[in-house]
Design a protein around this ligand. Structure first.
Ligand code: AMP
Length: 139
């Protein structure tokens, strides 16, 4: 069973497509958090960012990079929040990787990315050093 976003790519269900190239497509979110709320996806179905091959990731970022200033201009936004819900526990509902471009306006009442945190951990220097070293060694 293909995802709802693959159905958009295949033209099986309608969407307000705003950009398309060989590997990516962007369309307006059906339940916008702000005017101009846009989703950018790879055409091929990958559930999470972790699954996206490097060449597709490059194309995906190129499309995000192209669209962020355009979306801001079109809706006269002051800023944008650009984010992925990467995995179900992070709030991802559609299992087809997608980047949210959410226009932001002065006084819009929204929060920063930091607002996603529930319980914030109290990590000491040793724990931070160990985590940093582990990430660095795998990157
Ligand atoms: P997420 O929670 O990150 O998986 O976000 C999924 C997003 O997809 C939500 O913001 C939905 O409003 C949006 N969405 C779901 N179905 C459609 C659709 N058919 N066309 C456009 N956006 C959709």
């Amino acid at each position: 069973m293909s995802t709802i976003f693959t159905q958009i790519v295949e033209g099986e269900i309608p969407a307000r497509i705003v950009y398309e190239d060989e590997t990516t497509v962007a369309f307006l979110d059906a339940n916008p958090l702000a005017p101009g709320h846009t989703l950018v996806i790879p055409k091929d179905e990958y559930e999470r960012l972790n699954d996206v091959p490097a060449d597709v990731a490059t194309d995906l970022y190129d499309t995000i990079h192209r669209l962020v200033p355009v979306v801001e201009d079109v809706v006269d936004a002051d800023a944008t929040t650009v984010a992925f819900n990467n995995g179900e526990e992070a709030g991802q509902e559609v299992p087809h990787v997608h980047c949210h471009i959410v226009p932001r306006f002065e006084g819009d009442g929204g929060g920063p990315i930091h607002a996603i945190a529930g319980e914030v951990p109290d990590l000491d220097d040793d724990e931070l050093d160990a985590i940093a070293a582990d990430i660095e060694s795998e990157a």
